[in-house]
Design a binder for this molecule. Structure first.
Ligand SMILES: C[S@@+](CC[C@H](N)C(=O)[O-])C[C@H]1O[C@@H](n2cnc3c(N)ncnc32)[C@H](O)[C@@H]1O
Length: 387
């Protein structure tokens, strides 16, 4: 295995278990390397970790282990078993089994949907272990089938060819159950790896605070998770809004599957909230769960404007004592930003705001304090009054 020497800055961050080395912090000439496993040392020859290197990538090394250990079949078995053990108490037969760096398998995302796996290789480096990883996952979880992909969006950045393949029989739609609610998941054609598993706990929190028969507006609904919980558990009168017809079709199937009804609107939430205001519509709970408006630090300003716009308009749709759930799935828009956005919207609307819950990504998407990037989903549930 080749050695890579890194500078003092990278040495310090690796000693604090940060899982990446940036290209600019590598001392050894990069021409020496292809995409391969490397042993990392500082300029004093101290061992810092083992990782894979992609010299073309800004994040040039991703750490596989902070111990000096062989990266072999046993290594992958141990990693998958540790990950599985952490997820034993999840109230669903669908969960994220491997969450990349947060489970010390950088570049690998694995979701388990009932008896099927959705396996995403999102870096060139992790593809070095493709065969070993798939074999280990099959040995440990014994699925009926798997969808395996190196998606185009990720491979373009890594300079590799995308691919997708299947092992075993894979139904077009897989039925899962989460907190007693049934969903159909399309793992080949969905926006994510199949389903927004990270919102599982938050769907339950928002529903818990609702009274029976409330009027709910679920904006950026995707397959209808928040609205469906509300309709099934609280008999809520739910309006679902998403820009994607495919997401809405899934949402409709999900409502049908659970024997509840809802209203489904294909629209741009930014415009639709204004339309509802004109009509003087009122709701008891509004959920705003937009896509990541800020994929990098530079996009944060624009993202905050977007958040402010939807929050002000959503607040105007709430009846006295109504609740707003506002989420950010961008690492760059954090909990403090959400607090400021809500407070600004409250000032504009002359409202008093009480925080009912702080919400985060569910536990199958672990948050490692040493790696701030591993925290990405944050939410605030607030109650809004006029006095
Ligand atoms: C983070 S996902 C929502 C996940 C969902 N709340 C759940 O629990 O499954 C964001 C959704 O916003 C939708 N979307 C993106 N831009 C939109 C827009 N301007 N108006 C309406 N929906 C939009 C996407 O189609 C996607 O389904």
């Amino acid at each position: 295995m080749k050695k890579v020497v890194v500078n003092k800055k990278a040495s310090q961050t690796l000693l604090q278990f940060f899982p990446w080395v940036y290209r600019s912090d590598i001392v050894t000439p990069l021409e020496k390397f292809g995409i391969e496993v490397v042993h990392i040392e500082n300029e004093q020859g101290k061992f810092l970790g083992i990782g894979y290197i992609n010299p073309k990538s800004t994040i040039a090394i991703r750490i596989l282990s902070f111990s000096n250990e062989p990266i072999d079949a046993n290594f992958f078995k141990k990693r998958v078993q540790e990950a599985l053990y952490k997820r034993l108490d999840i109230p669903s037969n669908a969960y994220r089994l491997i969450h990349s760096e947060a489970d010390m398998l950088p570049g690998l995302i694995v979701d388990k949907y009932e008896e099927y796996l959705s396996i995403h290789f999102v870096t060139a480096g992790i593809l070095l272990f493709q065969e070993e990883i798939v074999k280990t996952l099959f040995e440990i979880t014994a699925p009926k089938g798997a969808y395996i992909t190196a998606p185009e969006s990720a491979m373009r950045k890594e300079g590799e060819e995308p691919f997708e393949k299947m092992i075993g029989a894979l139904p077009e739609h897989i039925e899962i159950e989460e907190n007693g609610i049934r969903f159909v998941v399309d793992i080949k054609n969905s926006q994510k790896t199949g389903f927004y598993l990270d919102q599982r706990a938050n769907r339950a929190i928002v529903t818990k605070f609702m009274k029976q028969k409330e009027r709910m507006l679920d904006c950026f609904s995707n397959s209808g998770g928040f609205g469906l919980y509300a309709a099934s558990k609280k008999g809520a009168d739910v309006e679902i809004v998403d820009i994607s017809s495919q997401a809405l079709a899934l949402a409709k199937s999900n409502f049908r599957l659970n024997g509840v009804v809802g209203k489904f609107v294909e629209a741009n939430v930014f415009d639709y909230l204004r339309e509802l205001r004109k009509k003087k519509a009122k709701f008891d709970t509004v959920v705003l769960d937009p896509p990541s408006f800020a994929k990098s630090r530079h996009q944060k300003g624009g993202a905050l404007k977007g958040f402010k716009d939807i929050s002000v308009n959503a607040m105007k749709l709430l009846d006295e004592g109504g609740k707003l759930a506002l989420f950010s799935c961008s690492h760059y828009v954090d909990m403090d930003d959400l607090v400021h956005i809500v407070l600004k919207a409250a000032k504009d609307n002359h409202k008093r705001v009480e925080v009912l819950a702080h919400m985060y990504q569910d536990i199958d998407h672990p948050y490692i304090l040493n790696n701030p990037f591993s925290l990405y989903l944050k939410g605030l549930l607030i109650q809004v009054t006029s006095h």
